[in-house]
Design a protein. Structure first.
Length: 151
């Protein structure tokens, strides 16, 4: 019985510390500026930090979903074209659903790992893992929002 308890203590000490208190995961609201024909996401780095993801991965996701060009300058991200805050809210929610929250337990305590040539999401809370795809439905949301704004 002592061997079992010692093994259990050793296993528990090796588990990663889980951040959060079980509250609903809420990212910062996107702060947007429109400068001519460009949209600037002022708090891009804060959003990527809150999501606990590589800023480059988040940036590439946003570029792909918006279907536009852009660049990063310090803590900001600059996108070619005019986009509303509702579009960015939808895209950030889509990113959280696809790349942050665990599909098994619903917790945001996950990280992305590369398995062979594929990207997988591993949950620190429940241990689940699943591959993540590059196909997203958020593109349709952006197109619908653009059509409604053009009316």
């Amino acid at each position: 019985m002592n061997d079992y308890l010692a093994s259990l203590d050793r296993a528990l000490s090796k588990l990663p510390e889980i951040k959060g208190t079980g509250e609903r995961f809420v990212p910062p609201d996107p702060k947007l500026l429109t400068e001519g024909k460009t949209t600037v996401l002022e708090n891009f780095s804060a959003i990527a930090d809150k999501l606990n993801r590589d800023p480059e991965h988040v940036f590439k996701f946003l570029l792909r979903e918006l279907g536009t060009a852009g660049k990063r300058e310090g803590n900001r991200a600059i996108f070619q074209g005019k986009f509303s805050s509702s579009v960015f809210f939808q895209l950030i929610d889509a990113y959280i659903k696809d790349y942050v929250t665990c599909s098994e337990c619903g917790r945001p305590d996950t990280h992305l790992v590369k398995v062979d040539r594929f990207l997988a999401m591993r949950c620190d809370a429940c241990g689940a893992h699943r591959p993540v795809s590059k196909q997203h439905a958020a593109v349709h949301l952006v197109k619908e929002a653009a059509l409604k704004e053009g009316e």
